[in-house]
Design a binder for this molecule. Structure first.
Ligand SMILES: Nc1ncnc2c1ncn2[C@@H]1O[C@H](COP(=O)(O)OP(=O)(O)OP(=O)(O)O)[C@@H](O)[C@H]1O
Length: 243
């Protein structure tokens, strides 16, 4: 199965908002810059990603994809609009409350895994558990998760003893260890060859479905879109759906 990205006529996409589950963005605007020069990074963005769904976002450099992830994860506050994660408002004024909501409900996976060099794979997961809010700490057995992502036999290796694809697997397991409702994934295949890229995105699709996590993946890799439930294209801050 292969999919192509065909922009729709409007920038309003996704199923109707369903507060209480997954990720919902409604009429979200975000500007960067100052009075002298401003960039409309997000321009009336609507998006709804259900639990268990893997949604891909493609688009040219500077289109607003990272801004979308930042707003979805509560790292940035939009100028206008609504962002909810598992029914929780991520646009709340207090930075402290946003941080707490992010720790409880959002997981991030970065381009290169973003692992700590000195820690073994299993310790990366243990540390994530330790710094999570109390309620999320003991929810998953790190070894069980590493087994699930195919890394059981390398649980005691440090990042420099792992391949790029293996580091990415550990990064995914680490993001899932606190059982987030939403997983935000930035270019997970950028450093991988074709076969490893397919493995990683298939793993994301499987984990999204198995754990009922709403996953948003930013990617330039059109080759892996076949594993995604939905594909969106971002251009000049506007999000459009794949037909
Ligand atoms: N802190 C900032 N100050 C000013 N402009 C910014 C800032 N951050 C991002 N921008 C601008 O906002 C727009 C969207 O940037 P963003 O990083 O979201 O794009 P992107 O689609 O993720 O790009 P890439 O694929 O290159 O990572 C770009 O025009 C960028 O130059």
């Amino acid at each position: 199965m292969s999919r192509s990205v065909a922009p729709s006529a409007t920038s309003s996409v996704g199923d109707p908002a369903s507060p209480g589950s997954g990720l919902v963005l409604q009429a979200v605007y975000l500007q960067h810059g100052d009075a002298a020069e401003t960039v409309q990074a997000l321009d009336d963005v609507h998006l709804s990603v259900q639990p268990g769904e893997l949604a891909a976002v493609v688009g040219p450099s500077g289109a607003g994809k990272s801004s979308l992830l930042a707003v979805a994860g509560g790292l940035a506050r939009p100028d206008r609009g609504i962002v909810t994660v598992a029914g929780h408002d991520m646009t709340v004024a207090s930075r402290r409350l946003r941080t707490s909501l992010r720790q409880r409900h959002v997981g991030f996976v970065f381009q290169s895994g973003n692992l700590l060099p000195a820690l073994t794979a299993v310790d990366q997961l243990r540390l994530a558990q330790r710094i999570a809010p109390r309620a999320e700490r003991a929810v998953r057995d790190p070894y069980e998760l590493l087994t699930e992502v195919g890394m059981a036999d390398k649980a005691n290796r440090r990042p420099d003893q792992l391949s790029g694809g293996e580091r990415q697997r550990v990064g995914i397991a680490r993001a899932l260890v606190t059982e987030p409702s939403v997983l935000l994934v930035d270019e997970p295949t950028a450093a991988l060859d074709r076969a490893r890229s397919h493995d990683i995105v298939q793993l994301l699709a499987r984990e999204a479905a198995r754990r009922s996590v709403a996953v948003v993946m930013v990617t330039h890799d059109h080759d892996v879109l076949q594993y995604c439930d939905t594909v969106y294209e971002m251009i000049d801050g506007k999000l459009r759906a794949d037909k």
